[in-house]
Design a protein around this ligand. Structure first.
Ligand SMILES: [Zn+2]
Length: 107
């Protein structure tokens, strides 16, 4: 499964590239997609954790960096609070749980 937040420009590019919302191979493999318009609100804690280690069991947090805003997952531009963006879910199997409200108000 994947969860991404895209700025309006990147969402337009995504729609132009994949009019059905999914890459044909992903659709053939049984993936589903959900696109939800949100008015962005950065969670109080929103950052990047970096883990290092030689195996999953040996992973240790080595760095944490708070982000100043929600960033577009395609172009990496900040999406300021109060502006609109697209929360895009892709999954296989049963309906993926809602997560969009963690990153803003569902419009
Ligand atoms: Zn973007």
């Amino acid at each position: 499964m994947s969860r991404r937040i895209l700025c309006p420009d990147c969402n337009e590019k995504r729609k132009a590239k994949y009019p059905s919302g999914l890459h044909p191979e992903d659709r053939a493999a049984g993936f589903q997609v959900r696109v939800v318009l949100i008015e962005v609100k950065k969670p109080e804690q929103h950052g990047i954790d970096v883990y290092e280690g030689n195996s999953l069991s040996a992973m240790a947090l080595t760095k944490h960096e708070e982000l100043p805003a929600i960033m577009c997952d395609d172009c990496n531009q900040a999406i300021p609070d109060g502006t609109r963006a697209y929360a895009i879910s892709m999954w296989r199997g049963g309906e993926m749980g809602a997560w969009e409200q963690e990153f803003g108000k569902v419009v």
